[in-house]
Ligand binder design. Structure first.
Ligand SMILES: [Cu+2]
Length: 152
């Protein structure tokens, strides 16, 4: 095992309790964010897992550390990346939806505090089913998720 892999493995163990949240059917894994200065827009990435037999959809995200949160999709077209606001993001039955670089993401608009590596940003996710999940986005160094396992 290379030293980096050991560090990444240790980070998984340390970060795991902080970035997981669960209901009976819904789970959020690998919630992470990037450093950002107060007053600007922060980012939120995560994987939403639906263990249930019914499809669900993320409809609202709230956090005390930003004026508002928008859900965006990213599309690459002709070499240009563009973002589009989403009113809801589907999470298929027995499936998952990834919020990550180049994909769906959360925009934390109007940050009320500066996010530094190691900080945690709490958020509440509300789903179409009525389920609510409390999540903590762990701020990474900006190189990737704290767990280094967000890419597939
Ligand atoms: Cu965006």
């Amino acid at each position: 095992m290379k030293p980096f892999a050991l560090i990444a493995a240790a980070a998984v163990l340390i970060a795991a309790p902080a970035v997981h949240a669960k209901t009976a059917t819904l789970e959020v894994q690998r919630a992470w964010s990037r450093p950002a200065v107060a007053g600007t827009t922060g980012i939120g990435y995560m994987v939403v897992v639906n263990h249930g037999r019914a499809a669900d959809a993320l409809e609202k995200v709230e956090t005390p550390i930003a004026s508002r949160v928008e859900m965006h999709s990213s599309t690459m077209s002709g070499g240009v990346m563009s973002m589009e606001k989403q009113d809801k993001v589907a999470v298929p039955a027995n499936g998952e939806t990834t919020f990550g670089p180049g994909a769906y993401h959360l925009m934390l608009i109007g940050l009320t505090k500066t996010l530094k590596p190691g900080d945690e940003a709490p958020a509440t996710l509300t789903f179409a089913s009525g389920a609510k999940l409390r999540v903590k986005f762990v701020v990474s160094s900006g190189m990737g998720p704290p767990t280094a396992i967000d890419h597939r």
